[in-house]
Design a protein around this ligand. Structure first.
Ligand code: C2E
Ligand code: MG
Ligand code: MG
Ligand code: MG
Length: 289
């Protein structure tokens, strides 16, 4: 968690430090320009299937290559984008970038499923499924190569509409993942009705796995639940080999975390994948990051 805490406070706009609201317009303007002028870039973090050791896909994580402040992480600008109505533009841009990259990898002979994070405003937008379909079409990417990650809390805001939007995406063949699973408060009954394909267990449970029998119990029961509902269980935030081994022993489907690799720029991700794909049996696997 060091990288995260080191970044804390580095938001592009902090309303508590802006009594007059003077800097807000400036920050919003910069962000709007960043979205339209190509300052947003994606880093990709691999997900590995535990049963086979093969790459299952990648998660796209947005960064802002800011002209003066360097590379900014999403916690510096996602909240601002959401609160000033720029999230739908940001998501369109991110989905477009992710699909363009996916297409480039496919053209180079590597077909990867790409996961993109979406926000509350995307799921209450009835145009969103059409927009996604259009972007898939534009980039020549099959719907099955795209997963959208949504958080539980996000789903609570306008349940009916969110379920409708998700169902349309699902029906089109797009994967839907519940991100940070276990930290929200959705009922199990609601979960059973959601048109989702994957649960992504929050990293707090994963981090405690090897030290805490309680965390292990949560992973085990979530795994049973996921499988009973026909869903894939992904564990995020695996930071050491012991955790990866424990997840594999419990029967978890897919793992993601710094121990396998940090999120990487596209060309580095491709190089990582080339190394990872070297025939198994070698001991090279595991600590590439
Ligand atoms: P998330 O979707 O849960 O993504 C996982 C976050 O955990 C990423 O942080 C990733 O770098 C980090 N992570 C991965 N493995 C490990 C690990 O082993 N240990 C630890 N401590 N952390 C790990 P990042 O890139 O800073 O993203 C933070 C959040 O910002 C994401 O959480 C997601 O909610 C949001 N986000 C990222 N990209 C986008 C985007 O394009 N659109 C939207 N709406 N939100 C995004
Ligand atoms: Mg995510
Ligand atoms: Mg997550
Ligand atoms: Mg998270």
């Amino acid at each position: 968690y060091c990288a995260k805490s080191a970044r804390q406070g580095a938001v592009v706009y902090d309303e508590h430090r802006d009594g007059s609201g003077r800097y807000r317009l400036e920050a919003v303007d910069q962000l709007r320009r960043a979205i339209s002028d190509g300052e947003l870039v994606l880093h990709f973090q691999p997900k590995v299937a535990l049963a086979t050791g093969r790459i299952d896909g990648v998660e796209a994580l947005v960064r802002w290559q800011h002209p003066t402040r360097g590379l900014l992480f999403p916690d510096a600008f996602i909240d601002l984008a959401e609160s000033v109505g720029l999230m739908s533009a940001l998501t369109s841009r991110v989905v477009g970038l992710a699909l363009a990259q996916r297409r480039a990898w496919a053209d180079a002979g590597r077909e990867l499923v790409v996961a993109v994070n979406v926000s509350p405003s995307n799921l209450v937008d009835e145009h969103f499924p059409d927009e996604v379909a259009q972007l898939l079409d534009q980039h020549g990417v099959p719907a099955g190569a795209l997963v959208l990650e949504v958080t539980e809390s996000l789903l609570m805001e306008d349940r009916e509409r969110a379920v409708r939007v998700l169902a349309r995406l699902r029906d089109a063949g797009v994967g839907v993942s519940i991100d940070d699973y276990g930290t929200g408060y959705s009922s199990l009954a609601y979960l059973a009705e959601l048109p989702v394909t994957e649960l992504k267990l929050d990293r707090t449970f994963v981090a405690d796995l090897t030290a805490s029998p309680r965390a292990a119990a949560i992973v085990t029961s979530t795994l049973r639940l996921a499988h009973a509902l026909g869903l894939t269980l992904v564990a995020e935030g695996a930071e050491d080999q012991a955790t990866v081994d424990a997840l594999a022993a419990l029967g978890c489907d897919v793992v993601q975390g710094y121990h396998l690799s940090r999120p990487l720029p596209p060309e580095q991700l491709a190089a990582w994948a080339d190394r990872w794909d070297v025939p198994a049996g070698t001991t090279g696997r595991g600590a590439a990051g």
